[in-house]
Design a protein around this ligand. Sequence first.
Ligand code: B16
Ligand code: MG
Length: 221
Amino acid sequence: MLKALIFDLDGVLTDTAELHYLAWKRLSDELGLAFDRVQNEALKGVGRLDSFEIILKNNGKNDAYTQPEKEKLATRKNEYYKELIKTLTKDDVLSGITELLTEARKMGLKTAVASVSRNAPEVLERLELTKYFDTVADAAKVKNSKPDPEIFLTCAEQLGVAPKACIGIEDSQAGIEGILSAGMFAVGINVTVTGRTPDLCLCSTEELKLDYLIKSFKVKR
Ligand code: B16
Ligand code: MG
């Protein structure tokens, strides 16, 4: 029986990918590194330092900075990102999300956020979504980034629900792999599938209707 919905943040609850892009672009320009929106796609669901490593690797510059320098530069990117998220309001919640959360809670389903972003609590506050969630995984405490299932399993544990009774909702391939490895039912939102396929593929959050999710979950389980 379905007991919980576990949501990714960026790309599912709101579209902060563009803001991450603008912050990385500003840092890359300052450092003379090439970075564009296509490269940004590969950073979805990937943690801050790992994202910087990918940008450096794409530029053949993995060894150009020491670890403390890399950490300092990634922090600079985060300062740029934090400036940008100040503009977020509840109007930036993606279509269908507030309705889905309202209905899920009415039905007694548990809800959690599984985001690797350390800014997730602030983003949720700005979107006025905090009240809809029973728990938010603390990205700082999660050792293994997506595609590892750790963040999804942490959410299930915090909710006191078995992974097989959870639906995980994600927009990145890394996230889908994490949900499937956690033994959960995976819903993909506009995922460019390059690995394992989600149990249910949707084109946008507008298609996230609770009765349809429950029906699809039952067929698969
Ligand atoms: P921060 P998600 C991820 O969020 C983003 O998709 C990814 O682009 C970002 O690098 C990562 O959070 C870390 O974010 O620098 O704010 O800690 O998709 O897991 O909600
Ligand atoms: Mg995402």
